[in-house]
Design a protein around this ligand. Structure first.
Ligand code: URA
Ligand code: CA
Length: 431
């Protein structure tokens, strides 16, 4: 291991065997944390070639179980977002793409952050459960074309262990390490094709477009090296996506979008990502044709209906698709007034996310409980005009004292005298 650390420290390229030696040894405990830490820091400073990243990813995939989806007919397409504030796309895309005939076998997470993950959001539907056996999972996807479950089994233990170590050694923010971490989980989960939504802006992991593109190129290259059809979209996260930030609130926003009544940015992003998924799933030859299919399953109600079938199959109360008042609701709705008149010039998405987390919509640590009912509904987005006293947002809370969240929202939604263009939603496509 000392030789491997030294080699990377000096900026040399590691072989597949050396990388596998490290991953196997670290997973089984024969390589200690202090050597792994030194190795990670060397990677942080010296980087990794595309081939090294491919080897690292595969070694992590092979460190644990891999889900076999071969019993599901058709091309299995997965989608991954690097995460942002109010990102409700998975909830919409799963039924939307499945309604066009692409099987979606989705493994999702909870995670830390401003709101819960997809699983938490789904659990705001009464009765919905995310525990299926692998057999039930496969059968449901074959029968209905869609299922959403929690991560089961011992998937990528090397990544779990390394991610915890990176967290305490200031080595999270390394593109080769992020790319291999994300891709190892997607590959182990069994998808044939992977559509990546890499966010950029204030509310994203990658603050600059340059970094977002570098991460996207790394992940696409890793996917191609291991024989998975992989592509990426770079999308805007300079402001929250859609209007809703919160768990049940985002379920309602997803239902609105499946009805064709969703926010413009969220709807457009779902069309862009969904079109890619349908072409990758070989159900359409072109993105234009795929987009028409997506528009059709929204217009005829079949995407919404399929969302209802998913909920029913997993034990939830499917009546919510027609009556969202059955979702958990917060006790108080409190307006956040604008302090001045002007145009919304900037929204610091991450800080607005913090305001939602303070209400209880998300977890700061793994042990925190989430309040599924609470969150924020934005009334304005960048480029909109506002008059002093008019609401910027509505806070949904179970606690009357929301002064801190109000202050954060007022401080981080900037209102100026200048005209401000709406940010470009789709920055780039990488294939
Ligand atoms: N998300 C992941 O899964 N891994 C990383 O390294 C960073 C973000
Ligand atoms: Ca949203």
């Amino acid at each position: 291991m000392v030789d491997i650390i030294e080699k990377k420290r000096d900026g040399e390229t590691l072989t597949k065997d050396e990388i596998t030696f490290f991953i196997d040894g670290y997973t089984n405990g024969s390589i200690p944390d202090y050597q792994a830490s030194a190795f990670l820091m060397a990677v942080y400073f010296k980087g990794m070639t595309a081939e090294e990243q491919g080897h690292l990813t595969l070694a992590m995939v092979e460190s644990g179980d891999q889900i076999d989806l071969s019993a599901i007919e058709g091309v299995k397409v997965d989608k991954h977002s690097t995460g942002g504030v109010g990102d409700t796309t998975t909830l919409i895309l799963v039924p939307l793409v499945a309604a066009c005939g692409v099987p979606v076998a989705k493994m999702s997470g909870r995670g830390l952050g401003h709101t819960g993950g997809t699983l938490d959001k789904l659990e705001s539907i009464e009765g919905f459960h995310i525990e299926l056996t692998e057999e039930q999972f496969v059968k449901q996807v074959n029968d209905l074309k869609l299922a959403v479950i929690g991560q089961s089994g011992n998937l990528t233990p090397a990544d779990k262990k390394l991610y915890s170590l990176r967290d305490v050694t200031a080595t999270v923010n390394s593109i080769p390490l992020i790319a291999s971490s994300i891709m190892s989980k997607k590959i182990a989960a069994g998808a044939d094709a992977i559509v990546l939504d890499v966010k950029t802006g204030d509310g994203a992991f990658m603050k600059t477009q340059e970094d977002a593109e570098a991460l996207a190129h790394s992940m696409v290259s890793i996917g191609h090296q291991v024989g998975r059809d992989t592509m990426a979209v770079i999308s805007d996260m300079s402001q929250p996506l859609g209007f809703a930030i919160g768990n049940a609130l985002e379920i309602k926003e997803a239902i609105d979008t499946l009805k064709g009544q969703g926010p413009e940015d969220l709807t457009e992003l779902c069309f862009v990502l969904g079109s890619k998924m349908i072409v990758a799933g070989k159900k359409a030859d072109s993105l234009e044709e795929a987009r028409k299919m997506l528009e059709a399953v929204i217009a005829d109600g079949s995407a919404l209906e399929l969302f209802g079938k998913l909920i029913e199959a997993q034990g939830g109360d499917a009546r919510i698709i027609h009556d969202t008042s059955l979702l958990p609701t917060a006790k108080y709705e409190i307006e956040v007034p604008a302090l001045v008149t002007g145009t919304i010039s900037k929204m610091e998405a991450d800080e607005i996310g913090v305001a939602a987390m303070l209400l209880g919509a998300g977890r700061a640590t793994k042990e925190d409980e989430i309040d599924l009912a609470v969150g924020i509904i934005l009334e304005k987005k960048i480029g909109d005009t506002v008059t002093a006293g008019e609401p910027l947002a509505i806070i949904h809370s179970n606690n009357e004292n929301v002064a801190k969240s109000i202050e954060l929202i007022q401080k981080h939604i900037h209102v100026s005298d200048n005209i401000q263009e709406k940010p470009e939603l789709i920055k780039k496509m990488i294939t």
